[in-house]
Write a protein that binds this ligand. Sequence first.
Ligand code: SAH
Length: 256
Amino acid sequence: MNLLAFGVREFGLELSPDKLQAFEIYYRELRRWNRRANLTALISPEEVQIKHFLDSLSIYELAEFREAISSGRELRMVDVGTGGGFPGVPIKIVNPQVSLTLVDSSRKKVQFLEHLIGVLGLKGVEIIWGRAEEVARSEEHRERYDWVVARAVAEFPVLAEYLIPLCRVGGYVVAYKGPKIFQELEISLEAISILGGKVVRLHQVQASALESSRYLLLIAKESPTPPLYPRRPGIPAKRPLGLRKGKRPSLSPGSR
Ligand code: SAH
């Protein structure tokens, strides 16, 4: 895990031997389960260290996140559409005090995650097999999280409706995005505001090991989400909020 150990220094992090070993185990289990659970197309040790582990940890470039972590307060995070555990699990390995909820609608991915969390011996992780639209409507999860994160799940007008309802007022939403975010953001502003969010900034990831076209979209939750949202499973993707018919640009789904 040398590339990872070296890479995280730019985030001001130093990984202990225990944590590096946890990443080794994570890598080994990803490889073992990849065919069965279809976890990732990137599987070389270099790719996983950089494009999954280091990329997931790029949230440390956000001052708001570093402050929340160093405050020592309990921090509740949910990772929506986590797949093989990105970005939530690398963040949890580095910061065991984060209480983490992982959500994915794929049963095989959830089985992998249950196995992984067991092998890593991580405490304070809840794994939910379900759709974001449903989880965000349940009392237990709605507006309960300080940090809501997602990578490569949907284009932002759709993702906003999955993520913003889960965030408490005063909390933050972070979407890990590629260069298409500029187009996506333009068509998402109405949805973000309807859902009670406000764009804080679009941060371009600085880490030299990562591609220069990685972005973190940081949104603050300013007011409660109207009870109408999220709409029923499938509706946010079919009729993205704030987009009138015919206005929808053709973006590929899940741009990383
Ligand atoms: N975040 C991971 C996986 C991205 S693939 C990564 O960056 O590598 C997208 C994942 O989102 C898939 O595992 C899929 O099952 C899940 N997903 C898509 N729509 C979802 C929804 N509405 N609710 C929950 N999970 C969803």
